[in-house]
Unconditional design. Structure first.
Length: 151
């Protein structure tokens, strides 16, 4: 009876490490995979397209910027100001960060859309569809900016 702990229970003398990072990560990933497979949120095309376009389009833009980085001028026209009849410029160092920030904001918006989906599915679909269309316009706008710069 030497293996008794403070509560008077009989211990088996087996010691297990409390924190096992590999098992913890595997358990979390399995739990996340189980939730994603059964959730109706991911069965709708608008939500999947929103996630895919948010990541893939920004990745395409980031790669295009990095490939053409040497050819980019020091300042890139970002917005046209009609009151001054001139462009507002952004330094090319900051242009590299734009797709990264945009992706982060879109993933935050995806989390908000998921929260909205819990109580209003149609509103969440409208928001996700709008973000998907906006992502397509974002890709076209950056392609146009890169074509203006390369001229």
């Amino acid at each position: 009876m030497e293996n008794k702990n403070e509560l008077g229970q009989l211990g088996l003398g087996i010691r297990v490490n409390r924190f096992q990072p590999v098992i913890f990560v595997q358990r979390r990933l399995n739990n996340l995979e189980r939730k994603i497979e059964v959730m109706p949120f991911w069965k709708n095309f608008a939500f999947v397209f929103m996630l895919f376009s948010s990541i893939a389009f920004s990745l395409i833009i980031e790669v295009a910027i990095l490939i053409n980085y040497k050819d980019l001028p020091f300042e890139i026209p970002l917005f046209y100001d009609p009151t001054k009849s001139s462009w507002l410029f952004l330094e090319k160092g900051w242009v590299v960060l734009v797709p990264i920030v945009y992706t982060g904001l879109n993933l935050l918006l995806l989390n908000i859309v998921y929260s909205i989906f819990q109580f209003d599915r149609r509103l969440a679909q409208i928001i996700a569809g709008s973000v998907g269309i906006f992502n397509i316009l974002y890709l076209i706008a950056f392609a146009q900016l890169l074509s203006i710069v390369s001229i």
